[in-house]
Design a protein around this ligand. Structure first.
Ligand SMILES: Nc1nc2c(c(=O)[nH]1)N[C@H]1C(S)=C(S)[C@@H](COP(=O)(O)OP(=O)(O)OC[C@H]3O[C@@H](n4cnc5c(=O)[nH]c(N)nc54)[C@H](O)[C@@H]3O)O[C@H]1N2
Ligand SMILES: Nc1nc2c(c(=O)[nH]1)N[C@H]1C(S)=C(S)[C@@H](COP(=O)(O)OP(=O)(O)OC[C@H]3O[C@@H](n4cnc5c(=O)[nH]c(N)nc54)[C@H](O)[C@@H]3O)O[C@H]1N2
Ligand code: SF4
Ligand SMILES: [Mo]
Length: 736
């Protein structure tokens, strides 16, 4: 690339406007385009192929018809979550943009729910129809009868709509099917989540990293994987606790192929070893923690010998792993993980993980978990009035005292089915595929059948979307303004999403859809005043960030916001009732739960059955990218990982197709067997997200198997309300 340093410096000097900005002169969209002679535009924006929100630079050129086309996506070198790189999914954003199967125009259902018959309509007709139906339902049942499910940025705009209507029934699978328990539990222990969006793990400086599940390399959150590679390169010891020899396990110095569901036994035993062998950080615990004596007493029963039997791991390895942690503390971590809703008793496992990090003194220490950055972002509502108080308590939290603020999807689903304590009659789903995301999809179908009205705001015609009464097609992330995004890594920063090209077809950004609905519902004060871009500019000003620099560079950092480690001047603040790290949780005690984690065995598979476990592919995001050109070509279907000895015993060959039948007699479509030594004999594994039923997804349709259809059973964590989903058992049926 012919990059003129002179032009670049000229521009860098020009753009150093906003007082709060550290002007990092590595990337400027304008300087780069200028240096190349103006044949292409560069648009810094944010990826939405998953939720890591990496900084992207979209290269845009005119095609032979003079139409702007996105020709390349690169990682923004300034953005701390991409560090100049994108993962395969990020690069394939162009595939999503130009996927011919995209939703193109608003549609109203004309046939039976689920039969796929729709008519295309104008936005005016679709929005009027939507508003009329919502009004009717509100008149009859009150605003709380409208519920919203979401994941990602469209949710913000519909949260605004629902809150303005006076409904608090807003929930996210990213809470109760994902990381809700982790966040709530670390708050109980440290008074903080271990992540804002990105986990605050200082892997690049770590000496020992322990992964429970957390299958980095397959779980492909960009900067985290780059740091993990750096850690491996630096010679950090990786201890991988996983019933499967994962990609991360292949980089590990110790693989502990644990019996699924017994992780808490291992963690409590490690706590016992760390305390009884004096391997914990005494000064740190004395200064910052409470409840040590109770903890010490409570874990005495968890001996390595007992643990070996319970977890099916060698006793010597159990002890050696704990000693290794003690040896290198505090530059060590038990990675807090992300998807933690596994067995329905997950709060106590995650508590034990948090407690070990405390004992090793790794919270706030180099190579452990770094402290939250110090940037201040005043809340900004663009002059909209206060939201009305919901007319009835939202039901989203159910009877789970530590469900956090985000709401439990399965509770909203249950209430929709039972109408107890009140009817829920309309759903808005914005960027979430509920039939794939929630366990027991038959219950999701049942709940949908009880609705008077269902609205889908999406980009693709997935099965869940194709059950809606009205479909409002959003444009993709490369065609819209979104944000501003508050970015918290080692430092605080701000990023944005801005369009690389105009929306294709008759699609619209979610902010516009929600805002127009506000107007149609008589809630003009909550609608966007002019455009989202103008609103973003006003917000940038309120945050003391120069819009020009942000729009040109895609990321600006907030000066002096980084304070990752504990120093005499930078003391940690623990927002717990005691103001200390609570090894003994006063809040759990108050609600009559075990204040110190206890081990509770989980049900194990019966004769001839295997536990069904699942995870990620590095080249797909859940179900949302299976149909995406490029990614579909990389991985068209998922395989069933089955232990080689079990395959031999059953007379099943590698590459053969088999069906699975679960404990409730649900039978899967045929799927390919991967016969391998890389998994224990008592479980089988598949990548989540495959097996789409919608014929409108021309590539993904019936490609691979949907784990969720076999997850008919789930076990709810009594403390935080997350749904344990690894509690299903399958047998293997050979195809005739
Ligand atoms: N490419 C890609 N990356 C992603 C995503 C994506 O869709 N695609 N999704 C992102 C999201 S939202 C999330 S939440 C994360 C999820 O990713 P993680 O948080 O890493 O999910 P886990 O469930 O911890 O990890 C799955 C691993 O757990 C192992 N496992 C199964 N049962 C047990 C058990 O009982 N004990 C132990 N120790 N291990 C077990 C499985 O064998 C598998 O290797 O990934 C994120 N990253
Ligand atoms: N069995 C099983 N269940 C799981 C998991 C698992 O591993 N196994 N993982 C769990 C986890 S960790 C999570 S976080 C959840 C995630 O579950 P979801 O939140 O449902 O997953 P997403 O992929 O975020 O959402 C998919 C929908 O978003 C749409 N979409 C994509 N981009 C856009 C956009 O720009 N705008 C709009 N409006 N829509 C868009 C897609 O077309 C698709 O319909 O699932 C959970 N459920
Ligand atoms: S991790 Fe990959 S898919 Fe996710 S935001 Fe970053 S580049 Fe996009
Ligand atoms: Mo997740």
């Amino acid at each position: 690339m012919a990059f003129s340093r002179r032009n670049f410096l000229k521009y860098a000097a020009m753009s150093a406007g906003g007082a709060a900005i550290v002007d990092t002169p590595f990337f400027s969209a304008r300087a780069r385009a200028e240096a190349e002679g103006g044949t292409a535009r560069y648009v810094p924006t944010s990826c939405e192929m998953c939720f890591w929100k990496c900084g992207v630079i979209a290269k845009v050129q005119k095609n032979k018809d003079g139409v702007d086309e996105v020709v390349k996506l690169e990682g923004n070198p300034l953005h701390p979550q991409s560090l100049g790189k994108l993962c395969a999914r990020g690069q394939a954003g162009i595939g999503q943009l130009y996927d011919p199967d995209r939703l193109k125009r608003p549609m109203i259902r004309t046939g039976e729910r689920g039969d796929g018959k729709y008519k295309e309509v104008s936005w005016e007709e679709a929005l009027s129809y939507t508003a009329e139906n919502l009004k009717k339902i509100i008149e009859k049942h009150g605003p709380h009868s409208i519920a919203m499910f979401s994941h990602g940025s469209p949710g913000d705009y519909f949260t605004n709509l629902l809150s303005a209507l006076g409904s608090g029934n807003i929930s996210f699978p990213s809470f109760s099917q994902c990381k809700g328990i982790r966040d709530a539990t670390w708050e109980l222990t440290f008074g903080h989540k271990p992540a804002t969006s990105c986990e605050r793990v200082d892997m690049r400086n770590s000496r020992v990293i322990v992964l429970f599940g957390t299958h980095l390399g397959e779980n492909m959150h960009n900067s985290q994987n780059q740091e993990f590679s750096q850690a491996v390169g630096n010679g950090a010891k990786i201890i991988c606790v996983d019933p499967r020899y994962s990609t991360a396990a292949s980089k590990a110095s110790m693989w502990l192929p644990i019996k699924p569901g017994t992780d808490t036994a291992l963690l409590l035993t490690w706590i016992n070893i760390l305390i009884s062998e004096d391997l914990y950080d005494k000064a740190y615990i004395e200064q910052y923690a409470t409840g040590f004596d109770q903890l010490k007493e409570a874990v005495k029963e968890y001996t390595p010998e007992w643990c070996a039997k319970e977890t099916d791991l060698p006793e010597a390895n159990i002890v050696e792993a704990a000693r290794e942690l003690g040896r290198y503390a505090p530059s060590v971590m038990i990675h807090p993980g992300r998807h933690v809703s596994w067995y329905g008793n997950d709060t106590q496992r995650v508590r034990a993980m948090a407690i070990i990090n405390a004992l090793l003194g790794s919270w706030g220490r180099k190579g452990g978990l770094y402290l939250p950055p110090k940037g201040k972002f005043p809340s900004y509502n663009d002059g909209a009035p206060e939201y009305p108080i919901p007319d009835e308590d939202p039901v989203i939290k159910g009877n789970y005292p530590f469900a956090g603020g985000e709401g439990l999807t399965q509770v909203v689903r249950d209430v929709t089915i039972t109408s107890d304590p009140y009817p829920i009659k309309a759903w808005i789903i914005a960027g979430t595929d509920l039939l794939k995301a929630l366990p027991a999809p038959a219950r999701t179908r049942e709940a949908i059948s009880k609705l008077d009205f269902m609205i889908a705001v999406d980009i693709m015609p997935a099965e869940t979307v194709m059950m809606a009464d009205v479909i409002l097609p959003e444009c993709t992330y490369l065609e819209r303004h979104d944000g501003l995004f508050k970015i918290e890594t080692r430092e605080s920063g701000v990023s944005l999403r801005q369009p690389a090209i105009e929306p294709m077809y008759d699609t619209k950004p979610a902010w516009w859809i929600a805002s127009e609905l506000c107007k149609k519902m008589g809630l003009d004060d909550y609608a966007v005043k002019d455009s989202w871009e103008e609103r973003m500019k006003r917000q940038a000003k309120a945050w003391n960030v120069s819009w020009e620099t942000l729009a040109d560079k895609g990321y600006v950092s907030i000066p002096d916001s980084a304070a990752p480690y504990i120093t005499p001047e930078n003391q940690p603040v623990f927002k717990t009732p005691s103001g200390k790290i609570e090894l003994y949780s006063s809040k759990l005690e108050e609600k009559h739960f075990d204040p110190i984690p206890k081990y509770e065995p989980t049900e194990q598979p019966g004769e001839g059955m295997y536990r069904l476990v699942y995870g990620r592919s590095p080249v797909h995001t859940f179900s949302r990218t299976i149909n995406t050109p490029f990614l579909w070509e990389l991985m068209k279907e998922n395989e069933l990982w089955l232990n080689k000895k079990e395959a031999d015993r059953l007379g099943v060959k590698h590459g053969q197709r088999v069906r699975l039948e679960n404990q409730d007699k649900v039978v899967s479509a045929p799927m390919l067997v991967k016969a391998t030594e890389r998994i224990r004999r008592d479980c089988v594994y598949m990548v989540h997200g495959f097996g789409h039923n919608s014929p409108r997804l021309s590539k993904a349709h019936h490609s691979g198997v949907d784990d969720q259809e076999l997850i008919t059973h789930y076990k709810v964590d009594p403390i935080c309300g997350g749904t344990g989903m690894r509690v299903n058992f399958v047998k293997i049926i050979k195809e005739a």
